[in-house]
Write a protein that binds this ligand. Structure first.
Ligand SMILES: Nc1ncnc2c1ncn2[C@@H]1O[C@H](COP(=O)(O)OP(=O)(O)O)[C@@H](O)[C@H]1O
Ligand SMILES: [Mg+2]
Length: 232
């Protein structure tokens, strides 16, 4: 088995006095897509924010390859090879598509890598439009392209299907797998939507109340049991 590229070891995360994530460990290998499933309020976004450095961890460690990320700023983590697509996408609505992608650049690069548009041809067509005028699905593609502009090794995607039409969700799964295949990208994606997770992931992890309660490879997965874990 390959070494983990992303290795999260027993972290805790919370807000003030409240603890949301407790002793959580999860890892992802090179070019692996891991889906972290959980209902609303289970701690998916809290975990993602801690991984990118927007929230501090209480104990534990976050490693990318051999680099220790714990305690580093979000900017340093991006420079180290972590990409982040926040829940709700958060594109810059008044900037153009091209400017949004360029906002993701690091290391002194000034132009978005042209091959990015090869994954998202619609963004190329719309590159001079303001991002605020794009559909939800197009904004999601833009947020992913912006995160890929820094050429990450590991992409963190927080609930990418939220508020997106079913047909576009299918396309999103296809393009993510294509990017993984062509770039060797590792992806950790949080989701509530089981069907999308099953479409996209090599391995599925279930988060409940800040803890991992189940973990299984996609192949041979018991979908009914998983469905039950994700019903209230
Ligand atoms: N800024 C915050 N301050 C205090 N509690 C928060 C904050 N953000 C989220 N929480 C709480 O943390 C828990 C997990 O939330 P969140 O990580 O957003 O879950 P998910 O992304 O799985 O829906 C919830 O109980 C939520 O109310
Ligand atoms: Mg969330």
């Amino acid at each position: 088995m390959d070494e983990a590229v992303l290795k999260v070891d027993s972290i805790g995360v919370g807000y003030g006095q409240s603890r949301v994530i407790e002793g959580l460990s999860v890892s992802a290998r090179s070019a692996e897509i891991v889906a972290l499933l959980g209902l609303n309020g289970m701690g998916k976004t809290t975990l993602m924010k801690a991984l990118i450095g927007l929230l501090p961890v209480r104990g534990g460690a976050i490693r990318l390859g051999t680099e220790e990320l714990t305690g580093r700023s979000p900017h340093e983590r991006v420079a180290a090879g972590l990409g982040y697509v926040p829940q709700g996408r958060l594109v810059f609505p008044t900037l153009t598509v091209e400017e949004n992608v360029e906002a993701g650049l690091v290391r002194g690069e000034r132009r978005a890598p042209p091959e990015l548009f090869h994954f998202f041809p619609i963004l190329k067509e719309m590159r001079r439009r303001r991002a605020g005028n794009l559909s939800g699905g197009q904004q999601q593609q833009l947020a992913i392209a912006r995160a890929l502009a820094s050429r990450p090794k590991v992409l963190l995607l927080d609930e990418p299907t939220e508020g997106i039409q079913p047909s576009i969700i299918k396309e999103l799964a296809v393009v993510l797998k294509r990017i993984r295949d062509e770039r060797g990208l590792t992806i950790l994606v949080t989701e509530q939507m089981l069907s999308f997770a099953l479409d996209v992931a090599d391995r599925v992890v279930v988060l409940s109340r800040g803890r991992i309660i189940h973990e299984a490879p996609r192949a041979g997965l018991d979908e009914r049991a998983l469905g039950k874990m994700l019903s209230i």
